[in-house]
Design a protein around this ligand. Sequence first.
Ligand code: NAP
Length: 348
Amino acid sequence: MSSSEKISVGILGATGSVGQKFIELLANHPWFEIKELAASESSAGKNYKDAVDWFLPTPMPEQIREIEVKKCDPNLDCKIVFSGLDSSIAGEVETEFAKNGYVVISNSRNHRMDKDVPLLIPEINPDHIELIKKQEYGEGFIVTNPNCSAIGLSLALKPLIDSFGVESVNVVTMQAISGAGNPKKVKLDIEDNVIPFVKSEEEKMETEPLKIFGELNLDGISFADFQINAQCNRVNVTDGHLETVQVKLKKDTSKNEMISSWRNFSSEPQKLKLPSAPNHPVHYFDEEDFPQPKIHRNIENGMAASIGRLRPDKFFDYKFVVLSHNTVRGAAGGAILCAELLNFKGFI
Ligand code: NAP
């Protein structure tokens, strides 16, 4: 696809942790081209290279360095806006963009539980995009990407729910520093430390998967009815959220059956060969000390979840570990995959 045929996109919150990842992942995208960058008033008016405190290990893409950062007003020259906005303003701003005809794909929590807004993981609930037709924004609409920890957990649960049914889940997270925002700006007391609190995270983990695994019907989504209990911690890791999970299944299942269900899992994005889709959304490792953030977070360009350490549990049926990249699969990469699905299905 030539540059002039690509769909022009904007990034709201382009200077943040998620915004920078959007830039990295969209710099050479086959379908989308970055046209607009927007952030807060303190960044607006500056060239991107001067507005941003770039912290990614990859160099800032040449083509965006001189783009002028704008305010988050709905007068940007693009069709899609990817939002990595702070949740204090994301709700309002995203509504304005949708009302003004933009396709909004958001990483913020604000619209995730709106009745008519899909909480989309393309491998899990691609049918939920039909909810868009119920939205009353006119030409524009909003689609949301789930919470970063909920995405890893949900990718691990999907094959189990499909094959064996899930009754209850207990999960403890160890979440990376980049999940708290641009680490050059957000100062966490994380050296030689673990912070046993991530604001609002436990509530999101306990509710969002129930919408993600909910059933689409005429009234919207009827939520799934399994139970989730979550405890969330911040640890001294740059990227990649690790989660230890205990699960009670609806039927007797062997360890091999569970591992096969993960290894054989494939879905709509793989069938459609969407550009950002991992070949295998879930990887299972036999090594006793895998997965680890430093080793596995970038597997399949950060778009796959890595699972390991499946073993029987004294209180539930089984326990295992899942890892996923928080700013890729859990944010920018996941949102781009949503946009690819929407484009393929003719919604854009
Ligand atoms: P961040 O690094 O703090 O970035 C926030 C962005 O919002 C910056 O670009 C900032 O612009 C902009 N912003 C702040 N106040 C604004 C205002 N009043 N008007 C316009 N723009 C404003 O945060 P982040 O980690 O990227 O997270 C962004 C969103 O994604 C949050 O809602 C977060 O919960 C969600 N999320 C994050 C992750 C993750 O792993 N980090 C994963 C999933 C979801 P300035 O630089 O100009 O201030």
